[in-house]
Design a protein around this ligand. Sequence first.
Ligand code: SF4
Length: 314
Amino acid sequence: MKYVFGPISSKRLGQSLGVDLLPPKSCTWNCIYCQLGKTKKYVTERQEFFPREEILNEIRQTLALNQPLDWITFVGSGETMLYKGIGWLIAEVKKLTTVPVAVITNGSLLSLPEYREELLLADAVLPSLNAGSAALHDRICRQASAFTFQQHVDGLVAFRREYHGRLWIEVMLLGGINDSDEALHDLGTVLKQINPDMVHLVLPTRPAPEQEIRLPSDERIERAIAILSAAATVVNPLKGNMDLRNAPDKLEAITAIVSRHPVQQRELHKAIADCFPAESEKADAIMQELLASERFNCVEHNGEPYWVMKVEVN
Ligand code: SF4
């Protein structure tokens, strides 16, 4: 499969089938924590990067496998809304299945009414907001020059007014960067203006190849939950867990997942072990084989080993 990957199991979206609409890396931002590496060239113009019918066919074929799914999630190796035709794809997927559709986006294009309209059929939209001030937003997201913090906030506020699905704002909490009381109060003020259904606090648990990013302390995470809860229900930052049991080709599924984001070694080991509950030694042997395949590297981040792709994908 070229566009469809998973299903991946996560605490936030359950069994989620991913659909990647972009060539890596196509983004309007260059976040300091981006796990895809540096944005070498900003992309700000929408394009139909791949034929929409090809993408829809893959989704159709995957749905025919009748795997248990909680969500179909449009994500991208960059900013999902850059795919021209996302509105059409959402509408076509809704004709094929009752599985709800989620869109993960940085939200930078939501200031444009015609783009917002394309997302109205989605069941959940998860845009990013990492700061409540222009200075901190610019420092973290390093957006292309055509974009501003105020435009980003205005887009989110307008989208909330028009959109009746679930609006879940993702906040990446970075140790020593946006976890001070002042930064959190600024963020809470902006979140109140937007009025999302929930705030998903996420942590930089995956390596950011470009620079060293620190996890916030437990005390700062608790403080963030306390402060931001005044604006919306805050989902605790929980680590996702992979589920490979229904993947027809496990190596292909692992490659698809690791090529999009690094995966904690123990999470990968557990996912493989869950596939062979009666053979306790098998996961170790498969992990050794996978490493010997020279596709993956094991790197350390905050004392945890992670798997990343050996070949640069962006
Ligand atoms: S918006 Fe997402 S893909 Fe784009 S730079 Fe930020 S983290 Fe990376």
